[in-house]
Ligand binder design. Sequence first.
Ligand code: P6P
Length: 337
Amino acid sequence: MAKSISLTRYLVEQQRVDGLIPAQLRLLLEVVARACKSISHSVNKGALGEVLGSAGSENVQGEIQKKLDIIANEVLIEANEWGGHLAAMASEEMDEIYQVPNRYPRGEYLLLFDPLDGSSNIDVNVSIGTIFSVLVKPEGVDVSEQDFLQAGHQQVAAGYCVYGPQTTLVLTVGHGVAMFTLDREQGSFMLTQEHVRIPEDTQEFAINMSNMRHWDAPTKRYIDECLQGREGPRGKDFNMRWIASMVADVHRILTRGGVFMYPWDKREPGKPGKLRLMYEANPMAWLVEQAGGAATNGRQRILDIAPEQLHQRVSVVLGSKNEVERVTQYYAQATSA
Ligand code: P6P
């Protein structure tokens, strides 16, 4: 039986043996993992913990906040603000950035997160998750929202924790993707997979089909060809999955391949898409690329998008490399037509 490796040991070895991450970043990732453990505990209580239902407030996106959205956000803030590794945090649940209070030392990192992605699934007991991204704060004494506006290729760590049948933390620091499953008896995340690879081809797509009439031509063309199956131009049948929880859909794709799409649609033409660039698309895009997949907004590599606003949205096509390239090709052909 292979020696079981905890997240702590894995990160120490990444720092000490391979010199891949500095001590402060290792500390930050261990604190985020502990916060995810705490969130998992709250999520698992369900109706027994009075954590379900709406909080009766709206977030910056104008979406109704669930009680667990707020609980998860508070857990991440309280876990990370005192350690001295962060200068500030940004969250889907907060309009403004959260500067580490003056009573605590400030560090060189910026932490961004969607504390509980997939909230619509909370009350119906379907997998949800926490998504996080780490940037280095630019030089300078103060910290502002502007410091967060860095393209995704500048991330130094990214990951998510999926709260499903297992609680699994998935992480990259730029040298591949590793998965850690929570051993509840020990209370530790244990390494269960590393060097994760996404198959370049797939027969499985994930998209909310109820929006079909609102899609633009390239997305309609791609999905229509998939639906035609082996009699159509793709010459093979496709399966469809849509969990309406990006963390769960991306976890499936990292585990067995597939393509995930949340494209622009004409319901709100002024919005480039539904998902948020800084704390959903960027961390997921880096994980997918680190596992040999691809991630674009239909036209451009997501990690190259220069952000203009902290909560800006983006179209997302990510997963098996050859499928993402096909969709991106269809957009290019539509543009040049
Ligand atoms: P729809 C969850 O609210 C989320 O942000 C992603 O996790 C998920 O992929 C998407 O929205 C689901 O959106 O429109 O299908 O409910």
